[in-house]
Write a protein that binds this ligand. Structure first.
Ligand code: FES
Length: 241
């Protein structure tokens, strides 16, 4: 069935404002929205720009807004949309570089800020750090994040305050805070004990709703809040973490 695809186009400085361009296209049975975009680009308009890589919900690069819903283009089935007009826009909360490609700098800055790597104490044992499977159960939920930026784009706090670290970075910090191998000192956690960190969250759970990997970043933020309260008390009595 022929469908109208209204795709947001923007190519600064040539374009002064973003605008919608319409394409008529007939998707093949089973097409994902990524395949639709590729076909439109290949058959109608080679200037159309969008990101993708793995095509199987692993790399996180194809997150978009499709008919107002944030999601991965490679995981969104065209037929599931059940409409003959599809509006495709880039992720909100991030500046457009070109068409559907946005600048992830604020997202990556926040991610770097939380020091997203294991910080064990002392030298690693010869056979590496052994961890009980049970101790890792809660950690696994947060490891599945593919850094697609959907949660950041959906977050109303990030919309109104560009300094807010956002759900992905905070959830990743929680992932390390609960890892038994991570011994980062209290000041490394306390860096988010403020309104641009864990206390900025509105707890509206949009991040949980849009996450394509069911990470539930808001759970991590809640967990960090509990750690902040406990950590402050411990720190008062001179304990490291
Ligand atoms: S192309 Fe990699 S997640 Fe969609």
């Amino acid at each position: 069935m022929s469908t109208i695809f209204k795709i947001l186009r923007f190519d600064p400085p040539k374009d002064e404002q973003p605008h919608f361009q319409e394409y008529i296209h007939t998707p093949k049975p089973g097409d994902t929205m990524l395949e639709v975009l590729k076909d439109i680009r290949d058959q109608q308009d080679p200037s159309l720009s969008f990101r993708y890589s793995c095509r199987e919900a692993v790399c996180g690069s194809c997150a978009l807004t499709i008919n107002g819903e944030i999601g991965l283009a490679c995981r969104t089935q065209f037929e599931a949309l059940k409409t003959d007009v599809v509006v495709i826009e880039p992720l909100p909360n991030l500046e457009i570089i070109k068409d559907l490609i946005v600048d992830f700098k604020p997202f990556w800055d926040a991610y770097n800020y939380i020091q997203p790597y294991l910080q064990p104490e002392g030298e690693a044992p010869p056979k590496g750090h052994c961890v009980d499977e049970k101790d890792m159960e809660e950690v696994y939920q947060f490891i599945t994040c593919i850094l697609c930026g959907s949660c950041y784009a959906a977050c109303p706090v990030a919309t109104r305050d560009g300094r807010y670290l956002g759900p992905a970075a905070l959830a990743k910090l929680y992932r390390f805070a609960i890892d038994p191998r991570d011994k980062r000192p209290w000041p490394a956690l306390a860096r988010v004990d403020n309104p641009t960190g864990v206390w900025g969250c509105d707890t509206v759970f949009r991040c949980n709703d849009v996450c394509p990997k069911e990470v539930r970043p808001a759970d991590g933020i809640e967990g960090l809040r509990r750690r902040m309260v406990v950590g402050r008390t411990k720190h008062l009595f001179g304990r490291k973490k």
